[in-house]
Write a protein that binds this ligand. Structure first.
Ligand SMILES: Cc1ncc(C[n+]2csc(CCOP(=O)(O)OP(=O)(O)O)c2C)c(N)n1
Ligand code: SF4
Length: 345
């Protein structure tokens, strides 16, 4: 097995502080492996974390790292990306840090779509502080702060992050290893804001209270609760693991510039009296001329006067200046027809 990913870890700081069986180690390891595969390194990559057990991840990465106040990793990450767009910026943090105290930043950073990747160790609990209910704790879950079961519905991170394109939201779990690796890699390669919601275990301060004896039992529980969906998705149902992504909405192209025809000098235009103009009324195969502001236009080519259902022409041979001036877009309609003369006098 290729263990070169260890170059991405600050092994001198090991043993780490996480409990045996905690899912955070799997997140750290697999993110390090993906970064190594992409040949990202301490020279071109920055890791940012907030506060929590998950927020310790950046400190164990052999990269330039920022450990921000609680809830603020996205602000720091976006700032770094703004001033140093050449750097790869990743965020490693927890559901409490990103979704609760940092929830407002999640809304607005994702909306601005900076090219950063967020790995959220979503253990559905506040681990570091003792197992209080967090924003993604499922309704009914017994926690330190909800001994009779969490009364509120959880924050649906997936719904928030797939509201409007562009977006990249992946939900995976530490148990579904191949899927987990694919999501990490795709998220790192995504151009724009990408978020990987990793369902993970806090065996000590969540799992045990729920009756699980080992982390593996919790993994099997994830397997029962979630299933993988393949292929292109816009959104994920709450029990689905997959990747929901959408590219930027098509911005309507500005209207093509209308070619401005060179102005014909008024002196060189053929002169018509109003009586002469009247003769060009479309009858007997004659052309349909109208006058507007002293100039004569040939409307014979107008679609209105073509084919079997052609409109009876009661405008032909007339000076329509007053009518056109009060008609919406009237001028534009006339100008696209050939200019054939001028009104004399
Ligand atoms: C301003 C502030 N408020 C509250 C805390 C206490 N606190 C520390 S970590 C944490 C929750 C972290 O939860 P999560 O991000 O899910 O991380 P986990 O420990 O579960 O990995 C809280 C509330 C704090 N450190 N700072
Ligand atoms: S308290 Fe929970 S989240 Fe924190 S290290 Fe232990 S198992 Fe992991």
């Amino acid at each position: 097995m290729d263990r070169s990913y260890k170059e991405l870890l600050k092994l001198r700081r090991f043993p780490h502080t996480w409990c045996p069986g905690c899912g955070i180690g799997a997140v750290l390891k697999n993110v390090a492996m993906a970064i190594k595969e992409l040949d990202w390194n301490y020279k071109n990559t920055v890791a940012v974390s907030g506060i929590g057990c998950s927020g310790r991840m950046s400190g164990y990465m052999n990269l330039d790292a920022v450990h921000t106040p609680h809830g603020r990793p996205l602000t720091a990450a976006e700032t770094i990306k703004t001033v140093r767009p050449d750097l790869n910026v990743i965020v490693l943090s927890g559901d409490g840090d990103l979704g609760s105290i940092g929830g407002n930043h999640l809304l607005h950073t994702s909306r601005r779509n900076p090219n950063i990747t967020v790995f959220c160790n979503d253990n559905e609990i506040y681990g570091l502080t003792g197992g209080q209910a967090g924003p993604t704790t499922p309704k009914g879950t017994k926690t330190l702060t909800s001994p009779r079961g969490e009364p509120y519905s959880p924050l649906r991170l997936g719904r928030i992050l797939t509201q409007q394109p562009p977006y990249f939201y992946a939900r995976t779990s530490v148990y579904h290893l191949n899927h987990f690796k694919t999501c990490i890699r795709e998220a790192l390669l995504w151009k724009g804001f990408s978020f990987v919601d990793i369902i993970s275990d806090c065996i000590e301060l969540n799992g045990r209270r729920l009756g699980f004896k080992t982390a593996y039992q919790m993994f099997k529980w994830f397997d029962q609760r979630f299933h993988i969906v393949e292929g292109e998705r816009d959104h994920l149902q709450e029990d689905e693991l997959g990747i929901a992504k959408a590219l930027v909405e098509e911005v309507p192209k500005p209207a093509e510039k209308i070619e401005v025809k060179p102005e014909i000098p008024i002196e060189s235009l053929k002169p018509f009296t109003l009586e002469e103009l009247q003769q060009f009324d479309g009858s007997g195969g004659k052309p349909i001329y109208i006058a507007y502001k002293g100039k004569v236009y040939d409307l014979s080519g107008s679609l209105l006067f073509q084919g079997e259902k052609k409109m009876r022409c009661h405008i032909a041979g007339k000076d329509l200046t007053k009518d056109i001036d009060i008609a919406p877009h009237g001028e534009d309609l006339v100008f696209k027809f050939p200019l054939v003369g001028k009104i004399e006098g």
